[in-house]
Design a protein around this ligand. Structure first.
Ligand code: TYD
Ligand code: MG
Length: 399
């Protein structure tokens, strides 16, 4: 029976991390991959999970065992050639039998093990079919044991069900150390890698990739890519400084407001919560006197990005007003504030980082809430305009 211990007698367990060359993956893992950790990578079909993991297998300078139950060796080789093979010590195994995978893993003794996907594995110990709850649970438990005993960091690719959760039992997410979600709109090239659970680091980090013809490319400066409009004549476009996790970047909001052709006006929103758009439109109508009730309103976030940061409210509002009045927002202005139910401009978190990002990208002005705290205008060359009401913002922008 173990005796109770004083803290000073408990040995420090310093997590050994291996730094990866993939900066984005490093970032979301909290600075590198922890030895013996089990990492689940979830995401919609076709989003790029296999590509991300194969890239890890063939681009890092590590001995990797990549197990695929989804594709043939030929398919994998074709994909690898597309990305470019740099790693001579990558082993490919196409196998779905758990016991055989464990045997190979012990023989190869890789520095990283990748399983594509956990739903294709089956253990002979269990009667039910691959992908069933009991199979997924059993196979994950065995791989967890292998990871902990051999200290091999193991990535499991997991499919996602229609409602967005990782297929299989909920316990899967409890069993693993880290859960990464790969997201994006398949019609666009940007992909976000988010941490939704991490025993070894923060869950605030995100990685940003671009899917190219030769695999995934890390995006160092997302703002430059997400903000594409350079035509100062276009109305309905507003720039917002937003945060994804701890990472600030700028996004371009596009609105189209037109007289409704039919009785009921249409409202549609891509990348921004439709209910929140309706709320902002109601605020503009009821609190600020803009007649939008009979107008169709379409909203889009450029680049296929989804945002749920309330800090983009003000830019959404201004994009709508700009389109409605058919007046372009002068270039060089960005926004970062929440809009409240009475039309008040509310402060948002980490305003200093948001301002700094706007300044870095060469903007001249940023409009934020009068009540914003935690920054000092002396630190910026950019003009920081603080407003408390929508009409003040309208004056500041269009006057
Ligand atoms: P994939 O990694 O197979 O997705 P998942 O494993 O999540 O289902 O990614 C598939 C998509 O990525 C596919 O539509 C082809 C595209 N792709 C590229 O655009 N460039 C590339 O270099 C590669 C390898 C794939
Ligand atoms: Mg795949």
């Amino acid at each position: 029976m173990p005796n109770p211990l004083h803290f000073k007698n408990i040995e420090e367990n310093i997590q050994q991390k291996k730094e990866l060359q993939d900066k984005e993956l490093n970032r979301v893992l909290g600075g590198g991959v922890v030895l013996g950790s089990l990492i689940l990578v979830g995401g919609d079909p076709g989003i790029g999970k296999s590509t991300l993991m194969l890239q890890l297998a063939i681009k890092e300078n590590l001995k990797v065992l990549y197990v695929s139950g989804e594709e043939s060796e030929h398919q994998i080789k074709m994909r690898a050639e597309r990305i470019g093979i740099f790693n001579d010590s990558c082993h490919i195994l196409t196998e779905t039998n758990l016991e055989s995978i464990l045997t190979h893993a012990n023989q190869v003794a890789p520095e990283v093990l990748i399983i594509d996907s956990i739903q294709t594995l089956h253990s002979t110990q269990i009667e039910s079919a691959a992908g069933s709850v009991s199979q997924v649970r059993e196979c994950t438990a065995s791989l967890l044991r292998l990871a902990k005993e051999s200290h091999i960091p193991t990535f499991l690719i997991g499919h996602i069900t229609k409602d967005g959760s990782i297929a299989g039992p909920k316990v899967l997410e409890h069993m693993v150390d880290t859960v990464l979600q790969f997201e994006g709109d398949r019609n666009y090239v940007y992909r976000l890698l988010r941490t939704s659970k991490n025993r070894f680091g923060s869950t605030n980090e995100i990685g940003i990739y671009e899917m190219s013809g030769a695999g995934l490319r890390a995006v160092d400066n997302p703002s430059e890519i997400l903000v594409t409009n350079t035509d100062p004549e276009l109305s309905g476009i507003a720039i917002s400084s937003t945060l994804e996790g701890l990472r600030p970047f700028l996004i371009e909001i596009q609105a189209l407001v037109s007289s409704a052709a039919y009785g009921t006006p249409q409202r549609s929103s891509t990348g921004f919560d439709a209910k929140r758009l309706n709320m902002l439109l109601a605020v503009l109508e009821k609190r600020c006197g803009f007649k939008l009730g009979a107008k169709d309103v379409f909203l889009n976030i450029a680049g296929g990005i989804k945002v749920d940061d309330p800090g983009v409210d003000l830019a959404v509002t201004m994009a709508v007003l700009s389109s409605n009045a058919n007046l372009p927002i002068p270039p060089g202005i960005a926004f970062s504030a929440e809009v409240g139910l009475s039309g008040e401009i509310r402060p948002v978190n980490r305003i200093d980082q948001r301002i700094a990002e706007v300044e870095k990208l060469g903007y001249k002005k940023i409009i934020i809430s009068k009540n914003s705290k935690g920054f000092d205008t002396k630190n910026y060359k950019i003009e920081v305009i603080q407003c408390s009401k929508i009409d003040q913002v309208v004056k500041a922008v269009f006057a």
